[in-house]
Design a protein around this ligand. Sequence first.
Ligand code: SF4
Length: 324
Amino acid sequence: MRWSFSSYRQFSFCKRQWYYHHKMANANATKDPERKEAAILRQLQSLNAWRGSMVDYIIGQEVIPYLRQGIWPQYKQVVEAMKQLFQEQYAFAKDQKYREPGITKSKAGDQFLALYDLEYAPEKITRDSLNQAYLEAIQALKNLFANQHFLEYLRSADQLITQRQDIQIKYNDHFTITAIPDLVVFLDHPFRVHIVDWKVHSKANRTYEEQLFLYAWVLKKCTRPRDFPAALEQLPITEIKLTEYQLLKNEVRDYTITLEDIANIENNIAQSVEEMMLAQAHLKYTQLDINRFPVNRSETNCAGCRFRKICEQPIQQHSQTSLF
Ligand code: SF4
């Protein structure tokens, strides 16, 4: 069972939502409409989240690979790639292709998109709201390109690692803790490590140091992937540089992790894992009782919840009635 920063937050604010997301959702459960529906709903993204994920994707695909080779990425080319991605993904979501039988995220590839508002409030998807999402995504990239100093710094790095899935720790027999930072930068002479997470938020009132602390902690404790420098093992965690890059506000928020932060992370993980074990969250879906994962209804929790459809009105299972 994977434990991540986002699943921890989800479990804390609504256990039922966590259950739908991590246990019930199963795209291969063809004979169980409720599980299939949960798998579809799990993919829904708000307009703002979509805007952010497009920016992350374009940076990972169109900016970092060039910097890695010591080449300056071309802004015009990057914007063109964003425009194409935007159009393809929106067309996919608008036609609700994610509901077509046999379509999965991996089969659909880059064009896959399922939009929350198209399922729950299609009237909110207007020309203006789409235009705004597009322009803000472009603005985020524009701000990054305006920070030549930061791009030059990345270009001078020895290794740039994007969204790796193998930074993880086996915590106990049931839980694996995972971290998927947007970017890990390794620099030499002297050896340094820098974790960067891109954020595309209009208000950006909240800060994300906790998430970055967890990334640093997992990076230091995990079995080092073979292509990561061996020097990582000797580097004290307190020397890892952490950055939340608020691209829309063009604000670079730097953090450092202290020994007290590490103690807090370890306490939070221990408490959270214990709470999940008590709810038997590590068991298989078929072994679970949904009532162990109570709803936590509130305006804030439910307003943007992807699983409202099944939470408010569970799909009736039509059991076969015998004629004899
Ligand atoms: S609709 Fe509300 S109570 Fe139900 S799963 Fe979502 S957040 Fe939880």
